[in-house]
Design a protein around this ligand. Structure first.
Ligand code: SF4
Length: 440
């Protein structure tokens, strides 16, 4: 089990957050691509949400046509480079690879994808062509994966595109919310710069849309609007003591860590509350920032956790301790966090119940709440006739068009929180939906 020294320099931070899927060298890529069986009706392609022609790009890599491989990848997924390393490939393409049925390690599809696109981006190879101007303008709200994919596809279809982004950097969760050992800030931003340089979409930073007037203005200026706003801040739990100093949301914690890296400090004892992938990331990051004890607390059993098994294993191998069947009832401390009071839980008649008199306290100086993000409900209220489902997700039809026909939507705003690759697919298909609506 790893033990991490508190990082105080950029080098130490990099060492603690060493990339889980490092860039392949030429020999590795040549060897790995030689293993592919180029299956007919390849299951890896079916398992990819963007349906990249995986055997084709692997063959292109093997025949030293790296630029062609990148074209194959980007043709299906505008964020092909980032997705190569941030996608949970073990449950998508690599999980479906036929080698799994023969007890042979599946092809490292993600790393091969990243190898090709990384080389192409580094060499600044021109791959894309802007479509003949069609006279229509699209506003994209949010420069996350869905928004960027929508903008890229729309530019190839001849639309003018302006993206309104609340923050000062593009790519949303990919740069602000993904664990630093999955992808570096530089790699995320290089891909966006590469796309933007060729496809010439505008990004207007620091321009949150908060009022109906702002939105009306946008409605008047553009022919269609794509909503790619993702999710909001960490949800409030309503726990006693939740407002104490040292209680942070996981998303906010990860964002600060990604932006400030070794300049932030994590105390010796940390409790992370939650059982999803974000909780695993936050716990692993806390351990890698040098916390002596990081406890991952989940109210139900290990089997009921929403996180992927490999994410849990990664957290444990980083030195995180787990605490199952414990639900927090209060955060204690005198102004600052001193611990979390829990009650043990058990399942009775298929219901999770707390056990009376089972109260105990875990001492800590920091609590990270990884218990889900709020939806952007307040923003949605600004849009006329926008239908939402009972989980505050925007409802769309098969063309990604909402109940207000001028608005299209995709990514976390419609699925409630999924992978970067799902957002990339939605954004691309929404641009096609807009094209069909305005020009067919
Ligand atoms: Fe290659 Fe595996 Fe896909 Fe078959 S399933 S084409 S072996 S990557």
């Amino acid at each position: 089990m790893a033990e991490y020294k508190r990082p105080t320099t950029a080098e130490e931070f990099e060492k603690n957050f060493k990339q889980k899927k490092p860039l392949m060298n030429d020999t590795e890529a040549y060897y790995e691509s030689s293993r592919c069986l180029f299956c007919y009706d390849a299951p890896c392609v079916q398992a990819c949400p963007t349906h990249i022609d995986i055997p084709l790009f692997i063959k292109q890599i093997h025949t030293d046509n790296v630029t062609g491989a990148s074209k194959t990848i980007f043709d299906s997924n505008w964020l092909g480079n980032a997705c190569g390393v941030v996608c949970p490939t073990g449950v998508l393409c690599e999980g479906a690879c036929v080698y799994n049925h023969q007890d042979v390690t599946p092809i490292q599809i993600g790393r091969l994808q990243n190898y090709a696109t990384n080389k192409t981006i580094a060499a600044d190879k021109k791959l894309f062509t802007i479509g003949e101007p069609n006279g229509k303008k699209i506003a994209v709200i949010g420069a996350g994966p869905a928004g960027i994919a929508c903008a890229c596809e729309a530019r190839t279809l001849g639309f003018e595109v302006d993206i309104y982004e609340a923050k000062d950097k593009p790519s949303g969760l990919t740069v602000y919310g993904i664990a630093p050992y999955k992808i570096t800030n530089e790699e995320v931003l290089d891909e966006i710069e590469y796309l933007q340089k060729q496809l010439q979409f505008n990004i207007i930073y620091n321009s949150a849309i908060n009022t109906k007037e702002q939105l009306k203005d946008i409605e008047n200026k553009y022919d269609a609007i794509f909503i790619g706003v993702g999710l909001g801040q960490t949800r409030v739990l309503g726990l006693e003591g939740e407002d104490k100093e040292g209680v942070v949301g996981a998303v906010e914690f990860i964002e600060e860590l990604r932006m400030k890296q070794h300049e932030i400090s994590v105390p010796d004892n940390v409790v992370v509350i939650g059982g999803g992938n974000t909780a695993m990331d936050a716990a692993s990051e806390s351990a890698r920032m040098g916390a002596k004890k990081t406890v991952l607390a989940y109210r139900n059993s290990k089997e009921k956790m929403g996180a992927y098994g490999f994410e849990y294993d990664l957290a444990i191998s980083s030195g995180v301790d787990s605490l199952f069947n414990a639900t927090p009832i209060e955060i204690i401390g005198n102004g600052k966090v001193e611990g979390v009071k829990f009650l043990k839980t058990e399942v009775v008649d298929d219901q999770l119940k707390t056990i009376e008199g089972s109260e105990f306290t875990v001492a800590c100086e920091m609590v990270i709440k990884a218990t889900g993000q709020a939806k952007q409900g307040e923003f949605y209220k600004l849009i006329d006739n926008l239908d939402l489902d009972n989980k505050t997700r925007i409802k769309t039809n098969t063309e990604f068009q909402t109940s207000n026909p001028k608005y299209f939507a995709g990514g976390d705003a419609i699925n409630g929180g999924a992978e970067v690759v799902n957002a990339a697919y939605d954004g691309k298909m929404a641009a096609r939906g807009i094209h069909n609506w305005l020009l067919s």
